[in-house]
Write a protein that binds this ligand. Structure first.
Ligand SMILES: [Zn+2]
Length: 421
């Protein structure tokens, strides 16, 4: 090859490498969750999965492909900090899925669920426990990242840590039969450390700890949950997680288990409907996040509504209102999977019903959630440098949060996954 031709082909190669198709979104209204403002007629320029610039009066590059959302309200992709992609509503009733379903079947259901949640506007989720589907959450996360199947960006926790007879440990079964456990049994601190290492080895992004029992463990008179951890247990879990640069989410309804979780340094408390003033105050002081998951405790079927459930729901509402006043960092989390994938918007409606302003509810699922995940640089707003995770709706969610029910456009990392304008 002659030197001149050689040089020419080199220039062409370099030029083609540096060329990435730009995408422009014309946003009629753009919500900035940080300020709570709606910006009019914004031009969002996207390149290589990230936002290059946002502004008004910007010249649209001649070669860009244009998406016209001039008649829509555009906002950052939503973040759900408490999901179960491998869980389906029917798994909550009848035979536990570890007995009635193969992990392969549950994974296929998870693939379908992930698509629905993405199309509902959730571009990132923290998936807190595969609930007996093993490391299928890691597989789903990786398949989504590789573009094999559509779904939200997932941060996964694989197995949750629990104790024998505790939450997610099946009871009432024949002790003569060896059955798989939905969570990881760790009855000593050594066992907890070893289990965390195993989970990290196989791909966990977060560590999930069952610090209290579940509904069946709540005292029907005092509503005191069963405590599953000492302060030393939590410190051991948090320190081991820290070694691998992971954070800990604690399932804790309230009482000693929740207090030990906060004092032991977990990053978020899950559910927390029975948190008292002392613990809420500790959470404010220590910056502990709270994912209330209100909707999941409100039964869809009337026959599931017991007197105890009614009292728990009332306490949940009271705790939510106190936490808001006291300034607890509330992050959006739904427990979706326990109910139909793709319907998580119901949590926003509950938050609003319990007195939260729509803009604050939206912050819980954007800026605040990004902070919980330590991903503020990448997520939570439509700003230059961040992932192009962008959704659009009709109407104005800041006036009526229910507008989020009809997400008409979903882009994740610059790729369009839904467009029903
Ligand atoms: Zn959950």
């Amino acid at each position: 090859m002659k030197p001149v031709t050689h040089l020419l082909s080199l220039i062409l190669i370099v030029a083609s490498l540096s060329y990435t198709q730009r995408v422009v979104i014309k946003a009629g209204r753009l919500i900035d969750p940080k300020s709570g403002n709606i910006l009019q007629n914004q031009t969002i320029i996207i390149e290589g999965g990230r936002i290059l610039s946002v502004g008004s009066g910007t010249t649209i590059p001649a070669d860009a492909s244009v998406i016209d959302l001039a008649q829509k309200t555009v906002l950052p992709g939503l973040i759900d900090c408490h999901t179960h992609m491998l869980l389906q509503p029917e798994d909550e009733r009848g035979f536990p899925p570890v007995i009635s379903k193969s992990q392969a079947f549950r994974t296929i259901q998870g693939v379908a669920g992930a698509k629905k949640d993405l199309e509902a506007g959730f571009t990132t989720v923290r998936d807190l426990d595969s609930e007996g589907a093993g490391f299928a959450d890691v597989a789903l996360r990786d398949a989504i990242n590789k573009g094999i199947v559509p779904g939200p960006r997932m941060l996964v926790s694989t197995f949750a840590l629990t104790i024998t007879a505790g939450h997610m440990n099946l009871t009432g079964l024949n002790p003569d039969i060896q059955l798989p456990d939905p969570a990881a049994l760790a009855d000593s601190r050594d066992a907890m450390v070893a289990e965390i290492r195993r989970q990290v080895k196989y791909g966990a992004d977060w560590i999930k700890l069952y610090a209290t029992g579940t509904l069946r463990h709540v005292d029907p008179v005092t509503l005191e949950p069963v405590n599953q951890v000492s302060l030393e247990d939590v410190q051991t879990v948090v320190n081991e997680a820290k070694r691998w640069r992971k954070d800990v989410a604690a399932h804790a309804y309230g009482g000693i288990g929740a207090k030990n979780s906060v004092l032991g340094g977990v990053r978020s408390i899950e559910h927390g409907m029975l948190l008292d003033d002392e613990i809420l105050k500790l959470m404010v002081e220590r910056g502990t996040f709270w994912c209330p998951t209100i909707g999941t405790y409100i039964p869809e079927a009337d026959e599931e509504m017991t007197d105890m459930r009614r009292r728990i729901i009332a306490r949940h509402k009271e705790t939510f209102q106190k936490a808001m006043k006291m300034g607890v960092k509330i992050a959006f989390g739904t427990d979706v999977g326990a109910y139909e994938h793709g319907t998580s918007v119901r949590e926003f409606l509950k938050m609003e019903e319990y007195g939260m302003k729509p803009v604050d509810a939206l912050r819980c699922a954007t800026t605040r959630a990004a902070e919980l995940l330590r991903m503020e640089k990448d997520l939570g707003t439509v700003e230059a440098g961040k992932f192009a995770d962008i959704i659009a709706v009709d109407g104005n969610p800041l006036e009526n949060i229910g507008a989020l029910k009809n997400v008409v456009f979903v882009m994740k990392e610059g790729k369009v996954y839904k467009d029903t304008r």
